[in-house]
Design a protein around this ligand. Structure first.
Ligand SMILES: Nc1ncnc2c1ncn2[C@@H]1O[C@H](COP(=O)(O)OP(=O)(O)OP(=O)(O)O)[C@@H](O)[C@H]1O
Length: 293
């Protein structure tokens, strides 16, 4: 069954395109990461997929339904945006009651378990909560809703290291109990790489990459050595960052970091390391001019 089918979809605010001719297809449940630089359009994509915005052109189909203005579709979709709005006087119990009315698969037992796990006070007004506590309330709703398509926008925003760990485990446990399509956006790639099966990278108004997480874990090499030696291995088009340090050339290349590369570099006296996923992603989503300074 097709879960997500987005074809040549474009969306603009006033005259400015945020997403242009974007295509994305998903056929199976998974936890998937959504990464992109600030303003790349992650939130906008989630809003479109949850029917809160309408595309200017192209098609969006979620579980074979067009989500815009469609109650049947939105019942299957949970989208928790950053700084989700809660009523001014609401406490955690009120928020759960409200969320349960809009989610057919609501699991109150899981909500209760997560509220205790996150140590959230049930009777205090949510508006007095810290940023991290606010994020946790959103995560409880996101997970307890058990919607076939769940989207969490920066769910770990404001969470300390301990709570991030707890949240990630809760997310994994919830998914294992009931596999569904859970998309989480985050700037903390190191954190989401551990639980995501795939990663979507948004850049240049489109899905630039949509690959298994292993692709990112094996891609991106940093080479340091003589330029003429590096050029024997790496073509100019593959170079995504370069600099000169103490007469040595240092480049990051968009190539696989594997045994063959290590061997080639050894023969040519080039020092080679795997680039971090974070640095690799930043470089492949930067303009060429900015990277070659
Ligand atoms: N309501 C709006 N009106 C006009 N422009 C908007 C509006 N909301 C977002 N934008 C613009 O759309 C672009 C994409 O914003 P969006 O919030 O989707 O990015 P994002 O990838 O989620 O960013 P971040 O990582 O900073 O949260 C930005 O240029 C933003 O300024």
């Amino acid at each position: 069954m097709t879960i997500i089918d987005i074809q040549d979809m474009s969306f603009k605010y006033k005259d400015e395109y945020v997403l242009q001719d974007l295509t994305l297809q998903e056929e199976k449940p998974m936890i998937i990461g959504l990464w992109g630089r600030n303003g790349s359009g992650k939130t906008t994509l989630m809003k479109l997929m949850s029917g809160q915005e309408r595309q200017n052109s192209g098609q969006i189909s979620i579980l074979n339904l067009n989500p815009y203005n469609n109650a049947a579709a939105t019942k299957q979709i949970t989208y928790l945006r950053e700084n989700h709005f809660f009523g001014k006087t609401w406490n955690v119990n009120d928020a759960m009651k409200f969320a349960s009315m809009f989610n057919d698969n609501w699991n109150q037992e899981e909500a209760d378990y997560l509220i205790d796990l996150f140590e959230l006070p049930r009777k205090k007004k949510i508006k007095t909560f810290s940023k991290g506590m606010h994020s946790m309330v959103q995560s409880v709703i996101g997970l307890a809703s058990h919607a076939p398509v769940t989207m969490l926008d920066e769910p770990t925003n404001g969470l300390d290291a301990y709570m991030r760990k707890i949240f990630m485990k809760a997310l994994r446990d919830s998914f294992e109990e009931d596999p569904r399509y859970i998309m989480i956006s985050s700037h903390h790639i190191k954190e989401i790489e551990k639980i995501c099966e795939k990663l979507i990278v948004i850049s240049g108004h489109q899905v630039k990459l949509h690959e298994p997480i292993e692709y990112f874990q094996s891609r991106g090499a940093i080479l340091v050595g003589k330029l003429e030696n590096i050029q024997q291995i790496v073509s100019g088009d593959d170079i995504i960052e370069e600099s000169i340090i103490m007469n040595q050339h240092k480049v990051m290349a968009d190539i696989p970091f594997d045994d063959r590369l290590i061997e080639q570099c050894r023969d040519l006296k080039i020092k080679v390391d795997k680039a971090s996923i974070q640095d690799y992603l930043v470089n492949i989503t930067m303009t060429k001019e900015a990277n070659h300074g």
